[in-house]
Design a protein around this ligand. Structure first.
Ligand code: AMP
Length: 188
């Protein structure tokens, strides 16, 4: 099973990806986590990405694609994977298509989480208090939501046109949202 999770920051992609990983026995690939690890490790790429991430902007397509390609080469992705946070714009969606075609591993489904902006802002405030991620500061969250609307939301249309998109209501108890996703994937 090869999946993409689409949704605004704080829409629950990470939480649900961890569960889907257990459910399907596939790898969870978060480009945000890959970047945060690079920042923590102080790699040249991490140093380059740090300020961009803290400001809530997107890191360059080339950097993220390179990291993703490296991650997909690891053997734990053979049974399948969940992409969480990629693609973030149409250029990335095209690049992913080309990469997966080259690897002979096309996507099975794309799940989009529907969550209203007010709910997102509230969830990110809670995460900011718990984890202290600079990009969860309320002002930065508003900027990330604007970038999502402008650059990432069109990616849903890209997959809808290919008959791959399932839209799931992302508001409600975590278990309930997981059930909705598995249900949508079973119908897909
Ligand atoms: P996330 O944890 O997915 O919300 O990602 C945190 C931050 O990492 C984002 O706000 C971006 O700065 C960066 N990032 C993560 N994934 C991508 C991506 N696919 N393209 C560009 N930047 C990304």
């Amino acid at each position: 099973m090869r999946l993409v999770l689409l949704g605004a920051p704080g829409s629950g992609k990470g939480t649900q990806a961890a569960r889907l990983r257990e459910h399907f026995g596939i790898a969870h690939i978060s480009t945000g986590d890959l970047l945060r690890n690079a920042v923590k490790a102080g790699t040249p790429l991490g140093l380059q990405a740090k300020a961009v991430m803290e400001s809530g902007q997107l890191v360059s397509d080339a950097i993220v694609l390179g990291m993703l390609e490296e991650r997909l080469a690891q053997p734990d992705t053979a049974p399948g994977f969940i992409l969480d946070g990629y693609p973030r714009n149409l250029a990335q969606a095209d690049a992913l298509d080309a990469l997966l075609a080259r690897l002979g591993q096309p996507l099975d489904a794309v799940v989009k989480f529907d969550v209203p902006d007010e709910v997102i802002v509230g969830r990110c405030e809670i995460r900011y208090a718990a984890e202290g991620r600079a990009d969860d500061h309320p002002d930065t969250v508003r900027k990330r939501l604007a970038i999502y609307a402008e650059q990432t939301a069109p990616v849903a249309g890209f997959y809808q046109a290919r008959g791959r998109l399932a839209v799931v209501d992302g508001v409600g108890p975590v278990d309930e949202v997981s059930r909705r996703i598995v249900g949508a994937l079973t119908r897909a």
